[in-house]
Write a protein that binds this ligand. Structure first.
Ligand code: UDX
Ligand code: UDX
Length: 458
């Protein structure tokens, strides 16, 4: 028999773990269980060494773990016990069959739904936390309600908008929470229950309710818009380099238009992360499915621009370094897809490293949190790669440094000491435009930023 006050989350990843920690903290009268098929991950959630790095997360976990937040591998009994089940399993891009490269692979979602169906003996609310194609909730509701046990499942969509590195801040104070449901009596009742969970710390005007298709599509569209801003500014960074304009100045001037705003206008080596590319491809696939080829092409170009930007970055390195990096040591500062996370999924650093290795360079990778994940990403590349927790060691005898993640720690290194230890001429390629370019140039570096004039001693 299920317990009205027990919440289960299936999938203890970057989304499930932090979100449930916050829900447990803000709803002490609920018991929250987080399960995962990966027992190592659950073991880590129960230790001092959490499986993901996220500022402020460990403190919250300390406050609620084993009080009303439990990490477990007992998926079956947890399904039986819970009344509300959040599903936060991964939904990667399909690598096989119809829609390969674009559509979401929903096998984990459907498997989870069927497991819930098999084990349940009472009605439950199922909440999509994973980002899913439009109409998934409806499909899942059909599968679940095909049961002959006379029990009812309401499938809701409640996509997560947290960004990695700021997950706790985003969860504590979100711009909005979306809760979508079918507009039946039972759907609306389920929706109220989920709204109630969030309203224990979020104002009601920021909790937006809608039908389930709007919610699903809103999440895909929000990510596509964010990614589009980055591709837009990155496209202009290429033009700045040709014309002598400065991308910082252009972005600032453009962003002062209150209709545009300053956020998300930082030119970079490219966007990464588990969501943007996957969600855009998902959108592209949906558009093609409905015969909207022009719309599909439009959104696909956002990903193409991102690929162009990272490729352009490597080509610039090659060109600046006299068209060859063969046998040269190159230090990468940062491997995570953004600062304050150890996550390397879809990180532009992966592409940069592979390209450099292809050019027979020796790559020394440094990152304060992502070295273990970097090793996994590059497991097929055993030669000419080294991993250095100390950036000074990575830079020693290197011909160039490429800054690929905007970690604070790289801004305050002793670059005089680094310069002295490097081969000359020494280059810095700033893929995040976060270092003090003029100072570095005066120390003797050739500095190649993004979207602004190079500072070269030649
Ligand atoms: C995932 C999705 O990638 C994203 O689309 C969605 O918005 C939220 O969920 P994330 O939490 O970053 O994001 O993924 P990940 O860290 O890979 O976590 C998913 C977890 O689900 C993994 O720990 C995996 O072991 C677990 N899982 C997967 C299950 O417990 N059961 C399964 O059947 C499949
Ligand atoms: C994103 C969305 O922001 C979040 O709402 C959603 O839930 C999941 O996807 P995330 O991928 O964790 O979050 O990080 P985000 O801060 O959006 O950054 C994504 C990528 O864009 C990173 O590689 C980042 O470095 C890059 N970026 C971001 C830029 O290159 N320039 C910018 O101005 C902002």
């Amino acid at each position: 028999m299920n317990n009205e006050k027990t919440i289960l989350c299936i999938g203890a990843g970057y989304v499930g773990g932090p979100t449930m920690a916050m829900l447990a903290l803000k709803n002490p009268d609920y018991k929250v269980i987080v399960v995962d098929i990966n027992s190592e991950r659950i073991k880590a959630w129960n230790s001092e060494n959490l499986p993901i790095y996220e500022p402020g997360l460990l403190e919250i976990v300390h406050r609620v773990r084993d009080k009303n937040l439990f990490f477990s591998t007992d998926i079956d009994n947890s399904i039986i016990e819970a009344h509300i089940i959040f599903v936060s399993v991964n939904t990667p891009t399909k690598t096989f069959g119809h829609g390969a490269g674009y559509a979401s692979d929903l096998q984990y979602w459907e498997k989870t739904a069927r497991q819930i169906l098999k084990l349940s003996d009472s009605s439950k609310i199922i909440v999509e936390k994973s980002t899913l194609p439009v109409k998934t909730a409806q499909a899942m509701e059909r599968i679940l309600n095909s049961n002959e046990k006379g029990i009812i499942f309401d499938v809701l969509s409640n996509p997560e908008f947290l960004a990695e590195g700021t997950a706790i801040k985003d969860l504590e104070n979100p711009d909005r929470v979306l809760v979508g449901s079918s507009e039946t009596e039972s759907g609306l009742r389920a929706r109220d229950k989920i709204v109630q969970l969030y309203s224990s710390w979020i104002d009601n005007e920021r909790i937006l309710t809608s039908n389930v298709w709007s919610t699903e599509l809103s999440k895909l569209t929000a990510n596509a818009f964010l990614a589009q801003r980055i591709s837009s500014i990155n496209s202009i960074s290429a033009l700045c380099e040709e014309t002598g304009a400065n991308i910082h100045e252009v972005a600032h001037a453009v962003g002062t238009d209150s209709r545009i705003g300053q956020k998300f206008l930082d030119a970079s080596v490219g966007f990464g992360g588990s969501c943007f590319k996957k969600d855009i491809f998902n959108l592209v696939y949906l558009c093609r499915h409905y015969g909207l080829d022009e719309v599909a092409d439009y959104w696909e170009s956002v990903v193409k621009m991102n690929e162009y930007q990272v490729e352009r970055f490597v080509l610039k390195m090659l060109k600046s370094m006299f068209n060859t990096v063969t046998g040269k040591k190159i230090a990468l500062f940062g491997f995570a897809f953004k600062a304050n996370t150890g996550d390397t999924r879809e990180s532009p650093a992966i592409y940069v490293t592979k390209k450099l290795l292809n050019e027979m360079a020796n790559v020394a990778i440094s990152d304060p949190k992502a070295l273990e994940n970097a090793k996994i990403e590059l497991k097929d590349f055993k030669e000419n790669v080294e991993y250095c927790s100390d950036p000074y060691v990575a830079a020693k005898n290197a011909h160039a440094i490429a800054v690929l993640t905007e970690w604070e720690c790289y801004k305050t290194l002793d670059y005089k000491k680094i310069f002295a230890s490097m081969e000359k001429p020494a280059f810095i390629f700033d893929g995040r435009n976060t270092l003090p370019h003029k100072e570095l140039f005066e120390m003797g570096f050739n500095v190649i930023p993004l979207g602004m004039p190079e500072l070269s001693h030649f």
